[in-house]
Design a protein around this ligand. Structure first.
Ligand code: GLC
Ligand code: MG
Length: 253
């Protein structure tokens, strides 16, 4: 994906790094480990932090309050369909315009409404139509692609934890959204550390960044699903992120 082509290969911000981390069960899950991570990062002001999540922005503020999480520099919400930049976290409309191509969420939903086993989630968003799917994913997912291709909707299906299925625009996704932010900040791909635990992180962990899978990952994250150079932490939750930081020497100048 090339949005800001002028930044490609142009001057990089050599000293800057980006930690792009999933939130649920990656950043959260072990509060003591999270505190250690914050202490570690507080000594490294050159690291920009992005929370990359399947959740929406309001839910993120609720989780941050409940889990005492620090405010990040960026929220990449709803599976990389929304980008918000701090400190005011207004939606980045350039990203919205970029992903809004051959997309009609209501038409999409109508096309999928009669597929067995697919149950609509209670909350929907402009660029993320979500369902619960507990069984028959091997039949249902190809059927989703078939129906949406038939009506010309350019889409991506993201399936997580054997329960959650999101349909998002083809140009969106956690990996694409992080790459967009990375290019804007002129950070090299290998100066980005991605961290995750479940299916909606596969794209983020496969995007060519440094990548760590935390020890408590879901079974859909396995060697077949991910590139070879992904680091598989033994430690769980935020302690797994710290292990990845150490493995890659991410904070070294
Ligand atoms: C979050 C969202 C949900 C989505 C899931 C997987 O739980 O709230 O809508 O399906 O992430 O991406
Ligand atoms: Mg997660």
């Amino acid at each position: 994906m090339v949005i800001d082509a002028k930044y490609d290969g142009a001057q990089w911000e050599e000293s800057m790094k980006l930690l792009a981390t999933d939130v649920d069960n990656t950043l959260t899950g072990d509060r003591a480990a999270y505190s250690s991570l914050v202490a570690l990062l507080s000594m490294h002001r050159d690291v920009t932090i992005a929370y990359v999540t399947g959740r929406d922005k309001i839910q993120m503020f609720e989780i941050m309050a409940g889990e005492c999480l620090r405010e990040p520099d960026y929220f990449l919400c709803n599976v990389g369909t929304e980008v918000y930049e701090g400190p005011d976290y207004r939606r980045d409309d350039a990203w919205t315009r970029h992903i809004d191509r051959q997309w009609d969420r209501l038409e999409l939903h109508q096309a999928l409404a009669t597929i067995p086993h697919l149950f609509q989630q209670s909350r929907q968003f402009e660029f993320k139509q979500s369902y619960h799917l507990f069984r028959k994913a091997d039949v249902v997912i190809p059927e989703i692609h078939r129906r949406l291709n038939e009506i010309g909707i350019e889409h991506k299906v993201v399936y997580s934890s054997g329960t959650d299925l999101d349909v998002i625009p083809k140009r969106a996704g956690k990996g694409e959204a992080v790459d967009y932010v990375r290019k804007r900040l002129r950070i090299r791909p290998r100066s980005v550390l991605a961290a995750g635990d479940s299916g909606n992180d596969i794209e983020l962990l496969s995007a060519g960044f440094l990548a760590v899978v935390v020890g408590n990952h879901k079974s859909e994250l396995n060697a077949d699903a991910l590139p070879e150079d992904v680091y598989w932490a033994r430690e769980n939750y935020a302690a797994g992120i710290i292990e990845g930081i150490e493995h890659f020497g991410f904070l070294k100048p």
